[in-house]
Design a protein around this ligand. Structure first.
Ligand code: COA
Length: 185
């Protein structure tokens, strides 16, 4: 069982029995996330669908295709955010995609930066990946600032990249290379 700790957070994979708690997280952040994340399926906001989603995440983690973590406040244990390192590809690529969100009420406190610093360290040091890719809408000032502070470098702009909030949206492509494996490291 993976359990990461920072000064204010714990990070661990979601469990089947935590579906209701995770559902509440998405319900209270429905409008906060709408403009930045792909549209949710009609049944997304139901307990059954959330349990199936967690079961899918667990299976993908067992198959080493992804890593899903819930960010919890260390003192209250409440879910304050989540992140996913998905599409893990091994072989000569050794890369994955990063996605994340924080509770609207927990924004602006440096919590996502703290949580992702720990998750990224795990991905590079323990999983041994070489590259983490994160793509975001041009308008997403907070994602841009966060990824820049984490050391992600912009690599380009992908036109019409993801269907978000009813339209194909352009995205900035960025990535972070394992610092131990950078040329000259
Ligand atoms: C993207 C997102 C996670 C960024 O959250 P965030 O709280 O701004 O990110 P950070 O953890 O880096 O916190 C930085 C903010 O905390 C402040 N802060 C306070 N204490 C801090 C500390 N100890 N350390 C660092 N920053 C601190 C910073 O000044 C900054 O605030 P500001 O932008 O108002 O100046 C959040 O906006 C979100 O969930 N958005 C919706 C989902 C989304 O866009 N997902 C990504 C799709 S690509």
């Amino acid at each position: 069982m993976i359990l990461l700790s920072t000064s204010r957070l714990t990070l661990s994979p979601p469990l089947h029995g935590q579906a209701e708690e995770l559902l509440r997280y998405y319900e209270r952040n429905r409008f906060h996330l709408k403009q930045w994340e792909p549209q949710k399926a009609d049944d997304f906001f139901t307990l059954g669908a959330m349990q199936r989603r967690i079961d899918d995440m667990t299976r993908r983690m067992e198959e080493q295709q992804s890593l899903h973590l819930l960010l919890r406040d260390r003192s209250t244990e409440a879910i304050v955010g989540e992140c996913g390192l998905t599409n893990i590809v091994r072989g000569p690529f050794q890369a994955c995609h990063l996605g994340f969100s924080i509770d609207q009420a927990a924004q602006g406190k440096g919590l996502m930066h703290e949580g992702l610093t720990s998750a990224i360290d795990f991905v590079f040091s323990t999983l041994g990946l070489h590259r983490i890719m994160a793509n975001y809408r041009l308008e997403n000032r907070r994602s841009h600032a966060l990824l820049q502070r984490l050391g992600f470098e912009q690599e380009g702009l992908a036109a019409s990249y993801l269907m978000i909030d009813g339209e194909w949206r352009d995205h900035v492509l960025s990535s972070l290379i394992n610092p131990a494996e950078r040329p000259g490291a």
